[in-house]
Write a protein that binds this ligand. Sequence first.
Ligand code: GLC
Ligand code: CA
Length: 539
Amino acid sequence: MKKHYPEWLKKAVFYQIYPASFYDSNGDGIGDLNGITQKLAYVKSLNCNAIWLSPCFASPFKDGGYDVSDFYQVAPRYGNNEDLKNLFEQAHKLGIKVILDLVAGHSSIECNWFKEASKVEKNHYTNYYIWGNSADAPQYRYINGMTDKEESFMINYYYCQAALNYGFCPPDPKAPWQLPCDHVDVIALREEIKNVMKFYLDMGCDGFRVDMASSLIRGANAAQGIKDLWQYYRNFLNEYNPEAVLVSEWSHPAKAIEAGFHVDFMVFFNLPGYSSLLRGEPYRVTWSEFTFEHSFFDQDGLGDAELFCQDLITQLTSVDGKGFVSVPTGNHDTGRIAQNRDTQDMKILYSMLLLLPGVPFIYYGDEIGQDYVYNLPTKEGGYKRTGSRTPMQWDSTLNAGFSNADPKDLYLPIMPNSDRPTVANEEENPDSLLNFTRKLLALRNANEALDSEGKFKLLYVEKNQYPLVFERFTANQRFVVAVNPANRECECQIACPNWDLFKQILGDKLVKALDIYGAIKIIMPPKSYAIYSYNGIID
Ligand code: GLC
Ligand code: CA
């Protein structure tokens, strides 16, 4: 049977790079594409085989590049289109795929499309945007008085991010400026965005992470409209480049995969589970409609994994065989996963996160436990997110090896703590988080039961209880992962028919697994983890 997704997703492990902050190759204080190309071997060394690159397009950077002013041009500060092409080529030589960020929902008001559209005379670009009247539809956000047109334009996020017009489903008869999704001008915009995709696919890119993917169509029946739109693009990709992947920022995998995406993130909106697992107060940093005083992975042991597990199971069940869920370590919009966590906490956490079904995404620096930097002034629309976007910490030379610019010229300062983790330090230490991450990913890559498609079953999860134990398996292999992030001992019992084959392959030696005839009792010291194999390939 033909798969619903490209085969390479089965083994994909992504690394997310925020281009400004990864590696500065020309000493101007800001990361760039050639810098990323120079560090591809490092990405490979993590056992990652794919990269998601946050926007690298021309932009006034009022929202970190999520305000694109030319969809067909690399931002000069990052290099040029040739550099991007070269990045794709060099990555492919190492077996690394690269997906770009498609900011489909809006453009910068400095985009030429918008400048043309702002003219009073109607032209090709006028209806690329939504020229409305706030009195007719107060639920949307508009900017008044910026152009000579009578109408105001709708925005999608910040004031400078004018919403692109994919139409209304259906238009409100009381608001004649709302165009239907099949209006010829709306189709022109839809095709333009398709051309943007083609442009980068032709250059060598392997797909797209789509920004705010669920927000492109408005109206009482928006859900149907959005589904139709993405199915249209998906059909195009199926024809044009069936190896290309579509990853969504939707945070509701069941809906996103049904609409045509291959992978969707479970993050901090639409579903509560992610926040309750990882981002208790006060380390949440970014806005979320779901707030939890404690998270399951906090040392105080006052969290709860049940909510997350419920969300996960529901989502996994509905996408099974059709696409994937991703529970990322974080991204440029969240806090840093290492906030208030030590290396042991992180190992416990990654034993779960990096061995879940679906496609893992590691945000740059999370593999070394790079921390959030507090009290930074906002940079380029980052606000509180700025502290999660500081330069990658490579070594202990000038600027942590990120750049040889004068420190005052850096795009963002380096994490000031002198004991900050670096790649170089962690390379040397066999017990570092970096080497642990590599080990986990090597285990994942070597075993079918642990890849994106491997099955998942909860063996122990109880409301407000620790530990959490789950199983990954195929017909021939089984792994059991047990995590106790709490600062106290805990135990549980799991069914296990073949004790003789049950063997700890990673984790703390003090975790005990006792045969109690037909079942196993797992006794876990404070802050511990253990990974067991029944008959997997270990190395
Ligand atoms: C997405 C991006 C975020 C950006 C917003 C508007 O949520 O991840 O960084 O600010 O969309 O484009
Ligand atoms: Ca640079």
